[in-house]
Design a protein around this ligand. Sequence first.
Ligand SMILES: Cc1cc2nc3c(=O)[nH]c(=O)nc-3n(C[C@H](O)[C@H](O)[C@H](O)COP(=O)(O)O)c2cc1C
Length: 239
Amino acid sequence: MQGAGSKIIAGVLIMASMSLVACAPPVALPAPPTAVPSAAAVEAAGEVITLPAPRLQSDVSLEEALLRRRSVRTYSDQPLTLAEIGQLLWAAQGITDERGLRTAPSAGALYPLELYVATDDGLYHYRPQGHQAEVRRVEGWREALCPAALSQGAVCQAPAVFVVTAVYARTAAKYGERAERYVRLEAGHAAQNLLLQAVALDLGAVPIGAFYDDQVQAALGLPADHQPLYLIPVGRPAR
Ligand SMILES: Cc1cc2nc3c(=O)[nH]c(=O)nc-3n(C[C@H](O)[C@H](O)[C@H](O)COP(=O)(O)O)c2cc1C
């Protein structure tokens, strides 16, 4: 039986070979982890802020965003604004309908995804209802998240790292074993929305799948049932 570590390494090897074809920078092979870093210090209850209202118009057409989307892995030091963070969260999981339906489709409208974004100001946990975020201070998240993602430069350097997590039980309650497939498909929908929104905001982003799940959870102090599926570093592209 294949262990989690060897699955990740196999995944990195596949992605590294795909990278050669796509001329993306190679992803270095990780040394096997010796220990999961200790859980980050997280304030128990964070401040809840209402994010700036998302803009609903853009000078960038959907077609242009599709055309221009490329994985961007190097960024300037400039932080994202709160409006940009809110816009990206809204693109991924914002509520767009009085019934509570969202920007991304969801099997049975059960919405298993939980979004976070880690910045130097703290860890934001998105609350689609009211377009709000709970902000928690997490000590040393970057030092722990960077090795958790095999020290990939984008994760180590980006001013903001979005994290798509999922509570599988929400979907499994209705769909049983099929939930595993549905939840991962949904993470892809949400991630693509975020990536296209980043283009429309003149930001650069890359979806990252190569990481150690338990270490990402520990680095950010995520609840045990919020399973990380994607890391998406975002920043202003380095010129
Ligand atoms: C499921 C998935 C996992 C990925 N994981 C990584 C990753 O760990 N590191 C990375 O640098 N890029 C990762 N990528 C980005 C791909 O390398 C990238 O999409 C590919 O090279 C094509 O380039 P483009 O996105 O610019 O079109 C991932 C993409 C997908 C869809």
